[in-house]
Design a protein. Sequence first.
Length: 394
Amino acid sequence: MNHKCVKVVSLLVAVSLIFAGFAAVGFAEEHNKLKAGFIYVGPVGDYGYSKGHDVGREYVEEIFPWLETFYVENVAPSDVESTIDQFVNNRDADVIFTTSFGHMNPTISAAKKYQNTIFFHCSGYKRAKNVGTYFSGLYQTYYLSGLMAGALTKTDKLGYVGAFPTPEVKRHINAFAIGIHEANPDATLHVRWLNAWVDPSGAKEATQALLEEGVDGFAFTEDTPTVLQTAQENDAFSFSHYNPMYRFAEDAAVSGQISNWGVIYADILYKVYYGVYTNENLEGVDYWWLLKEGAAELGAKRGMPINPKYVDELKSKTVEDPILGKISVYDLIMKRMEQMKADRVTFDPFVGPMKDRQGIQRLKDGEWATHDELWQIQWAYPNVKGPWPDEPKE
């Protein structure tokens, strides 16, 4: 976790102390240690999603002396409830985090059984009095990566290797496509689906197939650096996903999407410890944290928003923005990031007028997509090519 995130957490802790009034009765007065269990859908060595969550777990265990954590990896939805049984009955877990969309229903079911336990589910939408939800949104950084991709492509063909066609992944793809179009209206984005979160062999095959179609730049949602490495082997470029992946392909890694889960975990666990959150008041708690909150970060690696290898080329490419006028793609990226990080956010990729690839109006002129619209998104942006499961027809 970088120093910027530590500052954000410090501010949040200070704010929560004010609201708690220094007098809330919680775990701070009842226990020596707060015990938190984490349930991961994949392996912590996947370099992607589950690894990112585990980095967050390690971070909060380091900064909070009153916290004890433990985890189980590779937990399929069918095994979530039995894992929770073990956490509650054998590990005395006070708080349990379930980290995959497929974990949602088992989490709700287990929460009914263990009503004295606090649960937080990542990427879902179902809550209860002892179940809150949270998410580190990456669509803003995907948009910024799309600006880079549109400027850097020589073939006007870009590729996306997607895991499952969930609204989350479709939101990522559309945001990437919006950025591509803004920098290069002639470029198209070609999608291949893996139907797996971790599938290095499938990711390699999909990347190679897209390369054969003329694609020269990639983004992906798959929890290994395979797409990035395959791109480098073929003189293409790519953007990493969830974690810094620069070290796996220093020539091909332009930038990427980094989740700072530790910022969210710190805020949640602090508020549990000091009694702000209890097993009776979580039904309205939904974290939707983005660049502004420090939960998302743009970078090939931490502290490197853009690989220096590509900076000059991005500075040499210009676009005509209706408000900013003629501006280099590099400067536009920095301006957009500043606008999305501001206390009062003044830009979002999903602002109308916007139609989908079937010509259906999705956002009116000046209309911003709501949280719920983004959370449930199924339609595809016009420059997206390829299969799109559950695409709405009207």
